[in-house]
Design a protein around this ligand. Structure first.
Ligand code: NAP
Length: 338
């Protein structure tokens, strides 16, 4: 089968940073589906892994967002059949979606939204899973009862990136008042179009920015860009009994003591935890993707696709990596087969 990979950690401008090559087509067993990939999307994790990974003795295939067709199934598969159109983010510890065929455990796969084309659907799995788990599992926000969230304020750091563009929509639907950060005119417009009530600029002090909106404290903070820059501001802004979740991490050690007096909860979100550790709730990723798929089909959620390339090859994948690496991406970029 065709695959795209890398064997050295090269700058994306280098034609060898991602290259086309051939691999044997894998065979499914157990809970695995063999999926023929029709479209992929690129996320910052692709760039981080391509740049910082361990030394390699053979080309590595990455990629964590795809839409495709099930072409064969393992002996324990119960959720899908051959011919089903599916979408998924996949696992951090298995070969990725930048190949003609891929094996994926059925418990982290959803039925693709029927009304969306491949590019619009491929843009959604990784960011939707991350936003859903961060909001409704790690921050503990009730996704079903809007009335419980009425009047509660959520601050999102980085509203216009891939995760922010779906997190703003989900939080708005849950009934929260959403403040999303954006620093350019186009990203401010984008976050308002995707469910934010107000915007603040992440290059400024968040305490000042939020107070300027007439809001003293926020009930929830969702960090989607890095805690180092704003940790003490978050501690000041969070309401007593409030909750903070981050998907990015911190280069410096975090002082959790500054959250103690207000009894604030802090939680990490990592989209790959369930599949990496085969947790007992791993199947919730199948359930979340199916819910998101239905919400996309009914138009309750909008795909966050802003850029489409074709066909899936190393040249277009390098271009998609370059766009994400620019740190100016709005929404998502996807690559489809012709
Ligand atoms: N833990 C997980 O499971 C998980 C899952 C997905 C992503 N992630 C991580 O989450 C981060 C965000 O990824 P993403 O795909 O949502 O978005 P992204 O592509 O990294 O976001 C691009 C946007 O970032 C904004 N930005 C630039 N500098 C910023 C700063 N200093 N502070 C805040 N925002 C800034 C820009 O908006 P302006 O132009 O308006 O400044 C730009 O439009 C990445 O680090 C990624 O690796 C983690």
């Amino acid at each position: 089968m065709k695959a795209i990979g890398y064997d050295q950690h090269l700058p994306i401008e280098d034609p060898h940073s991602l290259f086309d090559f051939e691999l044997p087509t894998p065979t499914p067993s157990g809970h695995d589906l063999l999926i023929q990939v029709n479209a992929v999307s690129v996320n910052p994790v692709d760039i981080a892994v391509r740049k910082n990974d361990e030394p390699l003795s053979s080309p590595k295939v990455i990629g964590w967002d795809a839409v495709g067709t099930v072409t064969a199934i393992g002996d324990k598969v119960t959720l899908f059949n051959e011919g089903d159109r599916v979408f998924y983010a996949g696992s951090f510890i298995r070969p990725g979606s930048d190949s003609e065929y891929q094996l994926v455990d059925e418990r982290i796969v959803g039925t693709a939204p029927a009304k969306l084309d491949d590019a619009h659907a491929a843009a959604m799995p990784l960011t939707s899973l991350t936003a859903w788990e961060a909001l409704f599992e790690q921050l503990g926000i009730d996704s079903e009862h809007q009335e419980k969230n009425k009047g509660k304020v959520l601050l999102i750091n980085n509203g216009a990136g891939g995760v922010g563009s779906i997190a703003t929509q989900l939080a708005h639907l849950a009934g929260l008042t959403v403040i999303a950060s954006a620093s350019r005119t186009e990203t401010k417009d984008w976050v308002i179009q995707h469910g934010a009530d107000k915007t603040v600029d992440h290059h400024n002090n968040f305490v000042t920015e939020v107070h300027n909106l007439g809001i003293d404290f926020v009930d929830y903070i969702l960090d989607l860009k890095g805690l180092d820059q704003h940790w003490s501001e978050f501690a000041e802004l969070i309401a007593p009994n409030g909750k903070i979740a981050s998907i990015t991490g911190s280069k410096e050690p975090l002082d959790l003591n500054i959250l103690k007096e207000k009894r604030v909860t802090f939680a990490w979100e990592w989209m790959y935890t369930k599949s990496k550790y085969q947790t007992s709730d791993m199947i919730t990723q199948h359930e979340i993707l199916d819910k998101v798929s239905q919400m996309l089909d009914t138009g309750v959620l909008k795909s966050t696709l802003t850029k489409q390339l074709s066909p899936i090859n190393a040249e277009n994948l390098r271009e998609a990596h370059r766009l994400v690496e620019s740190n100016r991406m709005i929404g998502k970029v996807a690559i489809t087969n012709l």
